[in-house]
Design a protein around this ligand. Structure first.
Ligand SMILES: [Zn+2]
Length: 437
């Protein structure tokens, strides 16, 4: 065992649930008062909903407060440039903004005060520590630095004491050079890029498992990191352990991350309060049920986020983890917008990924096309053979169809088996769903 302590912040991370919730309640009251007192947007929104900060008599009363979402954020920002009127501080108190790379039009900005930024980095240190990073590690930060909220997370690794390499998003050849020459032990990237980078290394005669020192891979940005078969495929390619992290551009680069148990992603619940709602009725769901994840910040003062609909679908588990941490663990299934409803069944690309990654006959790459036929949503799936596989295409397609039906209860309209390498390789976020509806 290592000489280091087990937790980054023992008192907070192992706080008994009742105490943690009392702490959250105190923070939330303050935070609602700040939003109501300082942000014209929240004052109006609360008044329209018939609530004031005093309406919160227990944590569950948060359900009486209105939601915010990306569209509201964008509108408020456009109406009151630069930062909009959801902010609760003056611009002169803001020291950093990130901008989301949203696919629709104007990027939304996320402001931080000096204290917000320091607390953000402390949460990142906590999550890195939980994932096993220690001062003895060499860490390569392979995320975008340009306006991206995950860029500054490297400071969290530095504050933890790791030796940090600020790589950013550079061509794979350059990154492989860093991995070979500096022999870092930890890297953070997306799951699809971890896979791509490993395959690229092999093509260049570098065996990631043997020639490189990476023993931990932090992934985020796609559901793959929480799919055991995807993790295992990356792990055997690299001979490393994969830890899934989950970030929200409007809050923190990482809001939650896997501990060594890797049974869900621990939230920093002293910074973020989580709810799960039914995305159709907006009603809060009981613990354990799958729905849309809603986050409320508890400390970020520059722009409080009260009941922010993340657009991500998942579950929350508030039971203590085997690691000793008491903070809730979330499991993300996919984006609300990527969810297909086929014959009344919710289908996520991650469900298809689970099937494809569990078949050794396939390469693990896949693509889903959703389309409408007879006024009904249908989908077809393209998969690829594993390198060297020569099984008859018909049999393989049947096998995939059968496994998908067994996993989710509905059948794809067609499965096409392509040759190895036929599907495009993602170097950033993989586009797995083509929506022709
Ligand atoms: Zn844990």
């Amino acid at each position: 065992m290592s000489e280091y302590r087990r937790y980054w912040d023992t008192k907070i991370e192992t706080q008994p649930r009742a105490e943690l919730e009392a702490h959250q309640f105190a923070l939330l009251r303050q935070h609602l008062a700040l939003a109501y007192g300082e942000s014209p947007y929240y004052r109006d929104a609360f008044e329209q909903a018939g609530v004031t900060p005093a309406s919160l008599e227990r944590l569950a009363d948060l359900a009486r407060f209105p939601f915010v979402d990306k569209d509201i954020e964008r509108q408020r920002q456009l109406q009151r440039p630069l930062l909009g009127d959801m902010t609760a501080v003056r611009e002169e108190d803001v020291v950093f903004v990130s901008a989301s790379s949203g696919s629709t039009g104007v990027p939304t900005l996320s402001p931080f005060t000096r204290q917000d930024f320091e607390e953000f980095q402390d949460v990142q240190s906590r999550l890195f520590w939980a994932a096993g990073m220690r001062p003895t590690d060499r860490y390569v930060h392979a995320l975008n630095f340009t306006l991206f909220v995950g860029g500054p997370d490297v400071i969290g690794a530095q504050n933890l004491g790791a030796l940090c390499l600020w790589a950013g998003t550079i061509p794979s050849e350059r990154l492989l050079f860093i991995l070979r020459e500096f022999q870092p032990t930890v890297i953070w990237t997306t799951p699809s890029y971890a896979w791509y980078l490993g395959e690229t290394a092999l093509h260049q005669g570098i065996d990631p498992a043997r020639d490189l020192a990476i023993n931990r891979i932090i992934v985020a940005g796609e559901p793959g990191g929480s799919i055991a078969a995807t993790r295992e495929a990356i792990e055997s390619l690299w001979d490393a352990r994969v830890y899934d992290f989950f970030g929200i551009s409007d809050i923190f680069g990482a809001c939650a991350g896997m501990c060594e148990e890797r049974d869900g992603l621990h939230l920093a619940e002293d910074h973020i309060l989580v709810e799960v709602i039914d995305p159709a009725t907006l009603a809060p769901l009981p613990e354990g049920e799958r729905g849309e994840i809603v986050f409320t910040t508890l400390r970020k003062t520059a722009r409080p986020m009260i009941r922010f609909r993340t657009g991500d679908i998942g579950t929350v588990d508030k039971t203590p983890c085997a690691c000793g941490r008491t903070h809730a663990r979330i499991q993300i299934t996919g984006r609300r917008d990527d969810m297909l409803i086929v014959s009344g069944v919710n289908v996520f690309p991650s469900d298809i990924e689970y099937v494809v990654r569990n078949l050794p006959e396939l390469s693990g790459e896949y693509r889903i096309t959703a389309y409408t036929e007879d006024f009904t949503t249908r989908f077809r799936v393209e998969v690829e053979r594993a390198l060297g596989n020569t099984d008859p295409a018909e049999g393989l397609a049947e096998l995939v169809e059968h496994r998908i039906k067994a996993r989710i209860g509905v059948r794809p309209r067609a499965v096409a088996v392509l040759e190895h390498g036929a599907l495009p390789r993602a170097t950033h976020k993989a586009k797995r769903l083509i929506d022709e509806r």
